[in-house]
Ligand binder design. Structure first.
Ligand SMILES: Cc1ncc(COP(=O)(O)O)c(C=O)c1O
Length: 396
């Protein structure tokens, strides 16, 4: 009789790998800021599934909304054809919260899909084809999103990619001159995430806005990591006081379920409706169960008090980690945080120590010397204190 294989060995055999050494933690349950492994070991989640679980795991209100929607109906028709109450309610709430210029929402399934849609929108609306993005930006792994990624290492093996793309350095005012009347759009994260949490310098986003307006170029903010309260404002553009023409959301948008969106004005979005008709479509975009979870989640996250707490908790992290000596460097925008430990090797050792001690932390794609700290926004103060003491002990 064939021996029963362990789940772990089946994982390695049947799930296609993304790296030679995946973490391969076997998590059987998750609750609030905690992940519980098959062994019974508890982990404190400091990364929220990479900025997804902004209200923690297994949130009862989100669960209830999803289950009620499952009992009503699941998929009915490809995106954009039927009037589905929960989709409409979510789009309306997003438009209200985003304010003027964001009254039209195109739902997809993921971040990369939102990026792809927005690039097509910009080309279609402007009649131009050049797309500018930033060095060390990550916008997704599909071919269009990969074409505007700010790293040759990741792009080179997959060439040829999209033509007419160019890179600028985030926070470099001179580079803004590269935006011309040929440029369809500039796609930028208002706080660079995978670059290791790089916040905009004073006046940079406004100068970028001005240059785009002057050249008739669409300004697209990728808020896939920064959105939904992560930086202490509901959307980072509100925190930094600069409005883009198009905003991209995903990750935390779905309250733990797959959902992405690109959002703009009705006038701009109108250009996708014809020439050709059905020129941008998606089967599962705006799945009703994801929309129900998203609506429940957004109603909680948009609460002013919760957003104020994000800033206070970010300050608590900063004060608890403030006595780390150089070369340690702590960068943050709300609860989107990076602890730069000086070297990649040291970072990987510290991360491994943290995980052994029951704390899930991670690194950044383009800043491997920095530790990613992005816990659920409703993490408790006690858990923050515990996390900082584990980090410090792991450094020792
Ligand atoms: C800023 C940003 N944009 C886009 C994406 C792509 O999102 P997805 O993985 O849902 O395709 C990510 C994912 O990490 C991201 O961080």
């Amino acid at each position: 009789m064939q021996e029963k294989k362990s789940l772990r060995s089946l994982f390695f055999r049947h799930l296609a790998p993304t790296s030679p050494e995946p973490l391969a933690l076997e998590i059987v349950r998750a609750e609030g800021s905690r992940l519980i492994a098959a062994s019974g070991k508890e982990y404190l989640d400091m990364i929220s599934g990479i900025s997804v679980s902004n209200l923690g795991h297994n949130h009862p209100v989100i669960n209830k909304a999803a289950i009620e929607q499952i009992n009503r109906h699941s998929h009915l028709m490809v995106y954009g054809e039927f009037v589905q109450k929960v989709q409409v309610e979510l789009a309306q709430l997003l438009s209200d919260l985003l304010g003027e210029g964001f009254d039209s929402v195109f739902f997809g399934n993921s971040g990369a899909e939102a990026v792809e849609g927005a690039m097509k929108l910009a080309k279609r609306y402007s009649g131009r084809h050049e797309i500018i993005s930033c060095k060390n930006a990550y916008h997704g792994s599909t071919q269009g999103a990969l074409s505007i990624m700010g790293s040759e290492v990741y792009k080179n093996s997959f060439r040829p990619l999209l033509p007419s793309t160019a890179l600028i350095q985030f926070n470099n005012f001179d580079d803004l001159n590269k935006i011309t009347k040929e440029t369809a759009c500039v796609i930028v994260e208002p706080v660079q995430a995978e670059a290791g949490i790089i916040v905009p310098e004073n006046g940079y986003l406004q100068a970028l806005r001005n240059r785009c307006t002057e050249k008739g170029t669409l300004l697209i903010f990728d808020e896939i990591q920064t959105g939904l309260g992560r930086t202490g404002s509901l959307f980072a553009f509100q925190k930094y006081g600069v409005r883009p023409d198009v905003i991209l959301l995903a990750k935390a948008l779905g309250g733990g379920y797959p959902l992405g969106a690109f959002i703009s004005s009705g006038e701009i979005m109108q250009s996708l409706s014809e020439n050709p008709v059905l020129g941008h479509i998606t089967t599962f975009g705006g799945h009703p169960v994801s929309c129900a979870a998203a609506l429940a989640s957004l109603q909680i996250i948009s609460d002013e008090d919760l957003l104020l707490e994000v800033q206070r908790k970010s300050d608590l992290f900063a004060s608890l980690l403030s006595d780390l000596p150089a070369p340690f460097d702590f960068r943050r925008s709300g609860l989107l945080m990076a602890l730069d430990v000086g070297s990649e090797k040291m970072n990987f050792d510290i991360i491994s120590n943290c995980i052994d001690a029951g704390l899930i932390v991670d690194w950044f794609l383009f800043s491997p010397q920095s530790m990613r700290i992005a816990p659920p926004l409703n993490i408790s103060d006690d858990d923050i204190r515990h996390a900082c003491s584990v980090i410090k002990n792991s450094i020792k």
